[in-house]
Design a protein around this ligand. Structure first.
Ligand code: ADP
Length: 161
């Protein structure tokens, strides 16, 4: 039996922190489906297509990893890809309240799907996509925080090219 987890997020853009979480997930599941959301109410910096493409490039050619766009109810998406687990990251106490609420709601909607929280590598705990966007907006160096293709895409976005 293939154990599949869905890792949902806006990935605007994907960072080394997200990547770390996918690799940690693969220690105990056979397949991770990265579900790139349309980003709810927030207006994302990158379009859905750009976020999917950057995630695919960052995560590379690994048959155990799939990147898919997703809109709608997460538990239904899990069902459609045969996933029994949802992966989420916990960095700070401030993540906790929202993550806990969401995990309970998803359990209410689908009792058999478990949410698994993972903690990233120590030096990636401070990292968030929003911080990367901010640093990049003002010309700061994000090369150690994201894949080179993401750094390039950010530079292009903010140069107005
Ligand atoms: P969302 O808008 O759904 O929070 P994000 O792309 O910001 O989407 O994050 C997706 C998931 O990845 C969340 O569970 C978030 O906590 C986790 N995450 C983001 N950055 C990191 C990081 N540096 N280390 C661990 N988890 C992270």
């Amino acid at each position: 039996m293939t154990r599949t987890a869905v890792y949902p997020g806006s990935f605007d853009p994907i960072t080394r922190g997200h990547e770390d979480l996918v690799r940690r997930g693969l220690v105990f599941v056979d397949r991770v489906v990265v579900a790139v959301t349309t980003a709810g109410g927030k207006a994302p910096l990158f379009t859905l297509e750009e976020r999917v493409a950057l995630a695919r490039t960052t995560l590379g050619e690994d048959p155990r990893i799939e990147v898919r766009p997703f809109d709608g109810l997460l538990v239904e998406f899990c069902d459609s890809v045969g996933a029994t687990m949802i992966l989420r990251g916990l960095r700070y106490v401030s993540d906790f309240e929202y993550e806990y609420q969401m995990a309970l709601m998803n359990r209410k909607l689908a009792a058999t799907i478990e949410t698994i929280f993972l903690v990233p590598a120590f030096d990636l705990t401070f990292l968030s996509a929003s911080l990367v966007r901010e640093v990049s907006r003002f010309g700061g160096d994000v090369s150690t925080l994201v894949h080179p293709s993401v750094a390039k895409a950010l530079a292009k976005k903010f140069s107005g090219a």
